[in-house]
Design a protein around this ligand. Structure first.
Ligand SMILES: [Zn+2]
Length: 151
């Protein structure tokens, strides 16, 4: 059995996002603008995972995530966990929760939606369904599956 901890450099202080579904790691880097920042980032893609077969992992040195960022992350990787690291030890751990509402993050897929022509921020209500997350647009009141909105 390969020890995942050996595959990715340990960090002294910062945040580790673990158990990201394989392939979502790149989206998270992009969405949180991690590559635009000065943050030191270590990533592992397609690492072996007991839970999912394969997983991505992101380690960010000297950076803690806001609750807002964690919520946004939850859309891409609801199964992921955020570990807060200090002095090489996990000092905090939280699972991500799907927020009730998201404003200004995603664009409404309905091309007739008034949110495209008005100077407003997109606003979605998030609804957890048995077959996944649905996003309901506040303006056109249409519901979309997560995969359509989060392209
Ligand atoms: Zn809409």
């Amino acid at each position: 059995m390969i020890d995942n901890k050996l595959l990715v450099e340990a960090i002294c202080k910062g945040t580790v996002i673990d158990h990201i579904p394989a392939g979502q790691g790149v989206k998270i880097l992009d969405r949180l603008h991690l590559l635009d920042s000065d943050a030191r980032i270590t990533v592992g893609f397609n690492l072996p995972s007991k839970l999912h077969g394969k997983k991505d992992i992101i380690k960010v040195t000297d950076r803690l995530f806001t609750e807002e960022e964690a919520n946004e992350l939850a859309i891409f990787a609801p199964t992921a966990t955020i570990n807060v690291i200090d002095d090489y030890q996990v000092v905090g751990k939280f699972a991500m929760t799907i927020p009730d509402y998201l404003t200004g993050v995603f664009i409404c897929p309905n091309s007739n939606c008034i949110s495209h022509n008005e100077p407003v921020s997109s606003h979605f209500q998030l609804i957890q369904k048995s077959d996944g997350i649905q996003l309901r647009c506040h303006y056109c009141e249409k519901s979309f599956s997560k995969d359509i909105v989060v392209a």
